[in-house]
Each structure stands twice: as C-alpha cells, then as structure tokens.
Design a protein around this ligand. Sequence first.
Ligand SMILES: [Zn+2]
Length: 233
Amino acid sequence: MSQITFLYQLQTIDSEIDRLTKRIDTINTIISSDQEIIKSLSSLEDSNKKQSLQLKSLEKIEEEVSRNKSKIKQSEDKLYSGVVKNPKELQDLQTEIKSIKNRISDLEDEQLEIMLVLEDIDSEVKQKNYYHQQLIEEKTKNNISLLQEKKELEIDLQKQLTQREPAINQISEDVLAKYNHLRKIRSGVAVAILDENTCSACGTSLTSADVQKVRAHDSDYFCSSCKRFLFSG
Ligand SMILES: [Zn+2]
C-alpha cells in the first residue's frame, strides 16, 4: 500500500480518537457539573429559612397567649375569691381582665395571619423539595448512563490507539512530520478525500491532471488551496 493510503488510515484513526476524546471530555464536564442542583438547593434553603422564621413568630405568639391566659386566671381567681372587697380594686381587676382578653384576641388574629402565610410557605417548601429530589434522581440516572457510555468510549479509544501504532510504522518520518504539522494547523484534518474532482475539506476543484495524481496515490500531492494531503479511495 502507498504512503497516502496509510496516511488516510492514520487520519481515520486520529479523527475517531479526536471524536472519542472530545465526547469523553464532554461527559466528564457534564458529570462534574451540578449547577442546577446547587441552585435548587439554595432556593429550597431560602424557603426553609422563611418557614422557620414564621414558625418562631408563631411560637412566640403562642407563648404570649398562654402567659396572658394565666394572668387572666390569676385575676379571675382573685376577683371571685372574695378577698378583694374594695369596689375600686374590683373595678380595676375587671378592667385588667378585659384588657388582657383584648390583647389575646389581637394575638389570635396575628396567629391566624401567620398560619395562612405558613400554609403558602409549606406548599412552596414541598414543591421545591420535590423538584430538588427529582433533579438529584435525574442527575443520578443520567450519570449512570453517561458513565456507561464513557466506559464504552474508553474501550473504543483503546482499540483505536492500538491500531494507530501499526499505521504509523508504515509512514516515513518526514511524511509523518508533515501530517502532524497539518493536523495542528488544519483543525485535526491533515488528509482530505477527493470527492469527484474536489477537495472534501475545502471544496477546491482540481484540474484533471491533479485528479490523476491523487488517483495514482501520490503522497507528494497537496490540495492547492488548503494544502492538505489528498486521498482517493
Ligand atoms: Zn483543500
């Protein structure tokens, strides 16, 4: 086989290695990226904070209600004990009980308001938690399938690397150096295919004399425009 045929084989192998390596890199990036999960967790934590703040306020109010209820109990006990006989003092006690009852009624209104707000926050937390769990589940499932794909790609990559060596051994050092240089400056493609009478890489048309050279597998022939090796199968 001619040098250009081996070069074309090498190009096919290298293009495949490039494709496999690129996909493996992409998979690694996807697997290690958890932006969406971090975002959803932070949003869930915000709602959890809101929830616990409201619960604390509710607790405070409940404590105050209970403190006021014991105050009423004390005052009523005093009122009905018969110990207090002075009408002014009795009147004061009644006024105090009334004012505490008003305070309790206000507190209970507040309590109700907070409970309504809490209801909304509870459902928000529930929704965000569900969404977050879904994301984790999805991500885990996705990672498993990506890792499986990566495993298969790595096996393919190993195969290509094994095939690369014998192909290289058939190519002379200077042609190989030219090939490596072209790969670097021509986006990884050093060998283009002759497609009818045009270069498959840049689309330039060849004269019929040049087409003959390519068909004769002349490894000294380069596309006049993109300077790549040209191969005709
Ligand atoms: Zn070209």
